[in-house]
Design a binder for this molecule. Structure first.
Ligand SMILES: [Ca+2]
Ligand SMILES: [Ca+2]
Length: 261
């Protein structure tokens, strides 16, 4: 085998030394990842705690995390965990370790103590308002909205898009509203809600739908401009020169005026 890397001063090998070492059985990866840091509570209820943390690093790569609490543990692949089945009004100490593909475990994160809410606690805190509400697309009859997620002390369960007397419920952070009237101004208000029915303040955006598009049937005595599209005999034509149409100037008869699409 020719080692092409040596013609490049071993640049690849040198910059990927740790990775290459881990691929060979003569140099197994024995180096554990760094400990997860900045463990924090995203939300909690009487029976659940949602945690997130800052990713660990590893000489080869972190493959997952284990969350420890009491005598229990839970494996996750990302930097967050939703721990459920907890007892109300109880303090839990959470620690987290990272692991790599060889099963090397990091030392534990700094412990975080979280007390679940008392049983029967009614959530009275509404989610935050949706952020950065935008119209990302529109047609004559529809508008597509997107926004950034709201947060809640327990959890956001969905969003309501209201416009006029109508509304639409979605669970994600986008919505396509259909059945709109062409060339009409609409104001959309988006609110977030939680499982207890608390509703956030609204975010609003206004948009005017597009004019009704599409080719119209060719007709005589119409002033056409370049680019206008018409249908005739089941085919669509594009206007090549501005003109006022006359009977006898049907599109298939006057290729100088109409280009078949
Ligand atoms: Ca490692
Ligand atoms: Ca809430």
């Amino acid at each position: 085998m020719i080692n092409w890397d040596k013609f490049n001063n071993f640049e690849f090998s040198n910059s990927h030394r740790a990775y290459l070492d881990a691929l060979t059985s003569s140099a197994p990866d024995t180096e554990p990842p760094t400990a997860p840091s900045s463990v924090s509570v995203v939300s909690k209820s009487s029976t659940s705690v949602n945690l997130s943390w800052t990713a660990s690093t590893d000489n080869v790569g972190v493959t997952g995390y284990t969350v420890y609490y009491g005598t229990q543990s839970m494996n996750v692949s990302g930097t967050s965990a939703a721990i459920t089945g907890l007892s109300p009004d109880t303090s839990y100490v959470f620690t987290i370790k990272a692991r790599d593909a060889k099963g090397n475990l990091s030392t534990a994160s700094a412990p975080l103590t979280v007390k679940t809410e008392p049983a029967g606690t009614v959530d009275q805190t509404p989610p935050t308002a949706p952020g950065n509400l935008q119209v990302t697309a529109k047609t004559a009859n529809s508008a597509t909205l997107s926004w950034t997620a709201s947060t809640d002390n327990v959890g956001v369960t969905g969003y309501t898009v209201s416009y006029g007397a109508a509304s639409l419920n979605v669970t994600g952070t986008t919505a396509t509203v259909t059945g709109l009237t062409a060339n009409t101004s609409y104001t959309f208000t988006v609110t977030a809600k939680d499982a207890a029915g608390n509703v956030s303040p609204g975010a609003a955006v206004s948009v005017t739908t597009d004019a009704q598009g599409g080719a119209q049937a060719w007709a005589p005595n119409v002033s056409y401009k370049v680019g206008d599209e018409v249908t005739y005999g089941g085919k669509t034509y594009t206007c090549r020169q501005p003109h006022t149409s006359l009977t006898g100037w049907e599109p298939p008869n006057v290729p100088a005026l109409w280009l078949l699409k």
